[in-house]
Design a protein around this ligand. Structure first.
Ligand SMILES: [Zn+2]
Length: 145
């Protein structure tokens, strides 16, 4: 993997939105998608369908299907999948490694209490590699509920 492979663009406005969403739900993991078009980034919140939301997340399947349908209509791309870790550092847990199923998609993990509060990882052959966040971008950010 080269250095440029590891650069992951995430506007500071999007980073702040994700940290705020995680902070608003301090005892359960929140999750969702970050979509990208040529001009903007969109944070799309998705319900956590896991049985134990304190330590796990599962993107609610119907909302996930609706999101992919929406993306086909709008031409937006899946930029990343995010979730929060209320009780542990923002890096992939053992469960995250077992359950990650999108090899070409960055995983963003947020813990508002941690320093730094937000990190991004990409699934490779033998686990997760950390990505280098780049906050500067011309694109604007939106949140959808
Ligand atoms: Zn996790």
């Amino acid at each position: 993997m080269t250095a440029t492979d590891r650069i992951f663009e995430l506007p500071i406005t999007v980073q702040k939105q994700l940290i705020a969403l995680a902070a608003a739900c301090p005892t359960e993991e929140v999750c969702g998608l970050i979509l990208r078009s040529s001009t903007s980034f969109t944070v799309l919140e998705i319900n956590n369908a896991a049985a134990d939301r304190r330590y796990r997340y599962e993107l609610e399947p119907k909302q996930l299907i609706a999101a992919f349908k929406q993306m086909r209509q709008t031409g937006e791309q899946l930029h990343a999948i995010y979730h929060s870790h209320p009780f542990s550092p923002p890096k992939p847990s053992e469960t995250d490694c077992h359950e990650a199923s999108y090899p070409d998609t960055p995983y963003v993990i947020v813990n508002p209490q941690a320093t730094p509060p937000l990190r991004a990882f990409m699934l490779r052959n033998d686990g997760f590699d950390e990505l280098i966040l780049r906050a500067d971008t011309a694109a604007t950010a939106h949140t959808k509920h």
